[in-house]
Design a binder for this molecule. Structure first.
Ligand code: PMP
Length: 312
């Protein structure tokens, strides 16, 4: 049986013991930044591979700079804490690793300065998020993506997720799987927790960071693989909503969603309404890589178990 552990107040403790007080600043005002990292289970090797841990912690540091947070952990300290947490927890399935830097002072008053910051990391089992085989049926959200002039989307701030939650719930309660948000200019921004790509005339196209996206690590993975493996360049440019309706293929990327085809938007089928051929090739390659089965990209995968036990 797996028992989850957490890194909390500079110690590793059972997750059940990692508790914050009700006055914690981050809980009251959304003043925390976080990451979502996947550890992917490889059954044959009895191993969990953490995907692109360095890039996730690099992004966490950038989020901290935007939110004026102290974060003085080295990569080595962070990587060994994560692998230890997974190993101690003993999961033999896909996991989600959640590092969170939060304003931990228990005081009232909205601000970023003169507050303590703390790091929390926990690990939880986490299976599929969207149905990749069936693909996602999406709607254009009536909620617009937050602007850099309001709350910067390039930082993964907990408070921003009120924007994502409004969009996701509207979509699901209306019978869709996922929401696609526009920015204030009316261009495609992103899903509630995913970046968006279209394929049009053999070209891969995705909105630029200036469309108020979180600059995704899965987005970068797909752009790298498309270039390296399929000689396909990605064009970063503004995308109109109706370009999605008429695209050959469309998919979303994210640590939770992996690479998920968007098969329908606003009740219009995209392409033939099923996963397209390029998306299919990307999905297959992506899963091979994240589970540590492709030596060329082994540098993106960090194994957690020091003593690998083969499955019975
Ligand atoms: N946009 C948003 C709003 C997200 O929450 C996520 C998930 N972290 C993404 C995009 C995709 O980013 P990544 O591929 O780094 O998980």
């Amino acid at each position: 049986m797996a028992t989850p552990y957490a890194y909390f107040k500079k110690q590793i403790v059972p997750l059940a013991e990692a508790k914050i007080g009700v006055m914690t600043h981050a809980f009251n005002y959304g003043t925390a930044v976080f990451e979502g990292i996947r550890g992917n289970w490889n059954e044959e090797e009895g191993q969990v591979y953490v995907f692109r841990m360095k890039e996730h912690f690099d992004r966490l540091r950038k989020s901290c700079r935007i939110m004026q947070m102290e974060f003085d952990y080295s990569d080595e300290e962070l990587f060994s804490t994560v692998t230890r947490l997974v190993e101690m927890s003993g999961f033999r399935e896909d996991v989600y690793i959640r590092p969170l830097v939060y304003k931990s002072s228990e005081v009232l008053g909205v601000r970023l300065h003169n507050l303590e910051d703390d790091l929390l990391i926990f690990v939880a089992p986490f299976g599929p998020y969207l149905d990749i085989e069936k693909g996602a049926r999406c709607c254009t959200s009536s909620w617009r993506r937050v602007e850099d002039t309001g709350i910067p989307a390039r930082a993964k701030i907990t408070g921003i997720y009120a924007n994502s939650a409004l969009a996701k719930t509207e979509a699901q309660l209306s019978g869709f799987d996922e929401a696609i948000m526009l920015d204030e200019r009316g261009h495609i921004s992103e899903g509630s927790g995913e970046n968006i790509f279209i394929i049009q005339g053999g070209k891969l196209i995705t909105p630029p960071p200036s469309s108020n996206i979180l600059v995704g690590i899965t987005r970068d993975t797909v752009m790298t693989l498309a270039q390296e493996e399929f000689a396909m360049e990605t064009v970063e440019r503004d995308i109109d909503r109706t370009e999605l309706y008429t695209s050959d293929e469309c998919f979303m990327t994210g640590t939770a969603a992996h690479v998920t085809p968007v098969v329908e938007l606003d009740r219009r089928p995209i392409g033939n309404g099923r996963m397209g051929p390029v998306t299919g090739r990307l999905v297959d390659l992506y899963f091979q890589i994240i589970t540590g089965r492709n030596p060329k990209y082994a540098h993106w995968c960090t194994p957690c178990y020091s003593k690998v036990k083969a499955s019975p």
